[in-house]
Design a protein around this ligand. Sequence first.
Ligand code: ADP
Ligand code: GLC
Length: 481
Amino acid sequence: MTLNILFVSSEITPFAKTGGLGDVGSALPRALSSLGHKVTAVLPRYGSIPKKALENTHRQITVALGGESITAGIFKGALDDKTDVLFIDQPELFGNRPNPYGDDKGDYPDNDRRFIFFNRAVIELAKSLSNAPDILHCNDWQCGLAPLYLKLERERGNLQKTASVFTIHNLAYQGHFPKKSFRLTGLPKSFLKMNGGVLHHGKLAALKSGILFAGAVTTVSPTYARETILPELGFGLEGFLEKRGGSFCGILNGIDTDEWNPEKDPLIPQNYSAKNLAGKAACRKELLKRFELEDNLARPVIGMVSRLIEQKGFDIIEAAADDLLKLDFSLVVLGAGQKEYETFLRKLAKEHPGRVGAEIGYDNALSHLVEAGADIFLMPSRFEPCGLNQMYSLRYGTPPIVRATGGLNDTVTDWNPATGEGNGFVFEKPSPDEMLEAVDRAVATFGKQDEWRKIIRNGMNADLSWQASAREYTALYHSLL
Ligand code: ADP
Ligand code: GLC
């Protein structure tokens, strides 16, 4: 049976993206559509999304927010010819702000108001549709309250056939707001509590609400699902996740194999395939030129594209830097984030001209060039719910070095020269020594042409598409109906 799915996310590429959520918010709805489901994605219309590219549906939604009545328009766009996107257009809360969550000064101070409104608008939207959704699929804290609003609507006799799924992309971001923000939610007072309510340690907690009240909860890899029910990576929510038992599971993300395809990618200087890697050498040349690095064929180029935050293991790299640079490789890093890591990378590039290049900023085209032009990709994450870049690098013939955590553990297998199996290099503990050992192994293996080609092929020939995961989501949806 094909399903009617309302897929809600605060990021959907190409309209809005700050990280992997944007990629998933775009690719998963399309993968579900390709299985025959009728999928409509929902996103706030941020200021960066020009209205003139969208169709005005002339429909409106009104929500009471803390005694005030706020109205939004609904605009329509599309991800492909089968997948519509509905944009909640509210100028004061979203339209007049260029970014999803904040600016140079930090998070917008009224994110509570903005996203409480978004969650309530989504429910009003669902109620207004001529064909009510079978599934309301919400992602991350930004949509964490919607499953509770849905539950309450159902108790009132509305949206009777709609079930909810809540997907956690990162437990480190929980959407905590002062207790007084509860007033904006319009929820019954009985939910103003820790046990069975939306409070967590005295704060209004949006992610926790999704975990408690959705019909089913998923996260983006099986390993992360196992890790998050333990205190080390549960960020205080492990108990709630464990309580969900069989209704909490990990479904591995896929990648958009059209956008990330070395055979067709228009953002790289020359295309290539697993059978003919000649174009990869041209990409490498271009990458080295762009970062003003020496062109030395015997010296592998290690690439990184990442938000510069502790999650991604930059503190481990910083601690290992001196020893790391005793090994023979070049390093290119594209990223932006915490100032301390930006400063560290700029300094490293300055101290090692011709060998280390750092571009601080966000640049989609350059991220494709790094994936294609580097020989090795480095992702030493302390934790990683799924991770997409290691999959992009597998597809681009750029074997990844990763720490065995979350989705990295589910997608990268350690190279075993004896069996010819493995698509990258894996280390266990988040320590400088273990990372060094893995980098050393990768650099040494790069020198062995036959082995290296086999590793590349193992990565490039794997199926990283969304097909299998979209089927898993479908099975989960059906189990809720
Ligand atoms: P996360 O969502 O935790 O940042 P993922 O690996 O899931 O990690 O996804 C990151 C996404 O953001 C990838 O598509 C990656 O290419 C992109 N990205 C991250 N930093 C940059 C950057 N500085 N420039 C361009 N793209 C970036
Ligand atoms: C989060 C995670 C990342 C994951 C992405 C998409 O940003 O940090 O690991 O790949 O969401 O699910």
